[in-house]
Write a protein that binds this ligand. Structure first.
Ligand SMILES: CC(C)(COP(=O)(O)OP(=O)(O)OC[C@H]1O[C@@H](n2cnc3c(N)ncnc32)[C@H](O)[C@@H]1OP(=O)(O)O)[C@@H](O)C(=O)NCCC(=O)NCCS
Length: 173
């Protein structure tokens, strides 16, 4: 189990992913190709998997960025990116929650998010923040259902262009 992320109630195990997991991560990302085409404009490449493992905001220590693999029966069925204490000490940032398309729509995303919120709250966080691309209305509906509200809009620059994103926050505790 990674830190305090207890997802056993959802029949999942959590494990931190690192450089040795790039090929397995890329294979999983490829099963979620629709998401990457929607937000990046192209199917995932090895460099995208490497970036997901390695990239973190300037000034955030490596120990506070976690790319977590969600496993069921050993297989990778989801990933969750967490930045602890970012952008301020009382906030945790959710960089990505991505589930196997076959497992979507059955309450798994809500269960994983609830586990993350409990973990963050146990470490003194009072807010979770994230961004959603304007062209991803299902994710927007999901995060609103989880209790998030819009706190602003921004432009996200990509290798292939740019996205308009909603900045969202969920305050608790
Ligand atoms: C977004 C995602 C993590 C949600 O997980 P999920 O398991 O599919 O969502 P859940 O079944 O737990 O949904 C919980 C609630 O969110 C809302 N919701 C979820 N998907 C929705 C959709 N497509 N349209 C409208 N509401 C939706 C509903 O209120 C739902 O509750 P209900 O089923 O009781 O009505 C998952 O669909 C996914 O991996 N999507 C692709 C990646 C992505 O867009 N990630 C978000 C960007 S960070």
């Amino acid at each position: 189990m990674v830190g305090g992320l207890d997802v056993t109630a959802a029949s999942l195990a959590s494990q931190q992913l690192g450089d040795p997991d790039i090929d397995e991560l890329l294979a999983f990302m490829s099963t979620c190709s629709g998401f990457f085409e929607l937000v990046k404009g192209y199917p995932p490449e090895r460099e995208d998997a490497a970036q997901l493992i390695q990239d973190r905001p300037e000034g955030l220590s490596a120990a506070r960025k976690l790319l977590i693999g969600l496993r069921r029966d050993g297989g990778l069925v989801g990933v969750l990116e967490v930045l602890q204490g970012y952008p301020d000490p009382k906030t945790w940032y959710l960089g990505l929650l991505l589930l196997d398309p076959k497992l979507r729509g059955g309450g798994l995303g809500a269960a994983v998010y609830a586990a993350m919120r409990r973990w963050a709250a146990a470490h003194g966080a009072r807010r979770i923040q994230l961004v959603v691309q304007e062209q991803n209305p299902s994710a927007l509906a999901f995060w609103r259902a989880m209790g998030f509200r819009e706190i602003g809009r921004a432009e996200q620059t990509l290798r292939t262009g740019s996205n308009r994103v909603l900045r969202m926050a969920h305050d608790f505790g």
